[in-house]
Design a protein around this ligand. Structure first.
Ligand code: ADP
Ligand code: MG
Length: 344
């Protein structure tokens, strides 16, 4: 044991992972990609096997006062599927490990599993195992997902090339605004329990927070169109942070344009009500589970025609840095705010 005490916050989440894992070298010929992407890539025969795992803790990742257990089950599965799609793979199996606090009833756990079942049915994934233990510190969920991809189809974070187009699916910032709304209503409810929240007209942002989907449809659309992204990841920590990952791993810079960032109407209304900067919410909100990817410039015409995909900028030489061009033409440097849960 050492007597040194370095605060985790000095490294940040990604710095910590890097610090702890960098001395682990891949020794097995079946290990194609280890730490550092949306999923690990293993090679067994013709197909590549993708593995990803996520840990969700009560009080950190979810709040049971406003999260229905069925939704939580659904979302816990979805976030893993999303990481497999982000490698251009297909999720096949999950294992579900739970830490269960005593206050849970069988019926509540049934609710949770009904959400997992729905997600599995919807995405064509089998539940094949897990582990169960008592927990003294609240509900704990760890899900591992195994996926599959053709060898030449796997897309990493490090393949972006200068002049590639930067694309994003769906719209951004909605899940974050949904969370803000739920947190506000929770605070109001604490003050006066008789006040029932009014969520009329806010269904979209609530659904984005409580019952997100993984973009299986976008992966299928790109395959149908024969468009192979050069790099890809899912947007779980916020566009800004994810784009910096792609640029860092690809050794590039980037330019994105504020007026091209896709934002839903309800997200905009909510940001205004909260007096929040809309673009900041879209760049840093997180939990969108959209796909961020790059394609060669030569695909411009074809990609621009696809519904649900927006070209938001392009990849540059590394020396040009990573910037967003604001509506008034000023260049704003992208910073990784993300969901740094290890920072207080
Ligand atoms: P995502 O947001 O896509 O789930 P993470 O930021 O959680 O990705 O993880 C980034 C990379 O670091 C992944 O390759 C993941 O497997 C790896 N990783 C995260 N935590 C650990 C850990 N404690 N030990 C080893 N690898 C880790
Ligand atoms: Mg991911």
């Amino acid at each position: 044991m050492t007597n040194q005490h370095t605060e985790i916050s000095t490294l940040g989440e990604f710095g910590l992972i890097d610090h702890l894992t960098k001395s682990f070298k891949l020794e097995q010929s079946s290990s194609v990609k280890g730490v550092g992407d949306d999923a690990a890539v293993l090679r067994y025969g013709e197909k590549e096997i993708l593995v990803t795992t996520d840990l969700l803790l009560e009080g950190i990742h979810f709040d049971l006062t406003y999260t229905p257990l069925k939704h939580l089950g659904y979302k816990s599965a979805i976030v893993n599927f999303s990481d497999i799609y982000a490698m251009n793979g297909k999720p096949q199996q999950i294992t579900v490990s739970l830490g269960i606090s005593k206050r849970f009833s069988v019926e509540q756990l049934e609710e949770f599993y009904s959400g997992i079942k729905l997600a599995c049915a919807h995405y064509g994934v089998d539940l094949v195992g897990g582990d169960t233990s008592a927990s003294l510190t609240g509900f704990t969920i760890s899900i591992t997902c195994i996926g599959m991809a053709d060898k030449e189809k796997v897309v990493y974070r490090n393949g972006a090339k200068e002049n590639d187009l930067i694309c994003v699916s769906g719209d951004l910032g909605a899940a974050y605004m949904g969370l803000q709304l739920l947190e506000r209503e929770k605070a109001v409810f604490k003050e006066a329990e008789s006040v029932q929240p009014d969520f009329a007209g806010k269904e979209y942002i609530l659904e984005r927070q409580l019952k997100p989907e993984a973009r299986k449809d976008i992966i299928e659309l790109l395959a149908e169109q024969n468009i192979q992204p050069t790099s890809m990841m899912d947007v779980s920590d916020g566009l800004s942070s994810e784009l910096l990952h792609i640029c860092k791993q690809s050794n590039t810079g980037c330019r994105i344009y504020e007026d091209r960032i896709p934002i839903d109407y309800q997200t905009a209304i909510m940001a205004e009500q909260f007096n929040m900067n809309l673009v900041t919410a879209a760049l840093n909100g997180g939990e969108d589970y959209e796909l961020l990817f790059t394609v060669p410039l030569s695909e411009h015409e074809r990609i621009s025609e696809l519904k649900g995909i927006k070209v938001i900028g392009h990849i540059t030489a590394p020396s040009l840095g990573c910037y967003m061009i604001a509506r008034d033409g000023t260049e704003i440097e992208l910073v990784a705010q993300g969901w740094n849960s290890l920072k207080d």
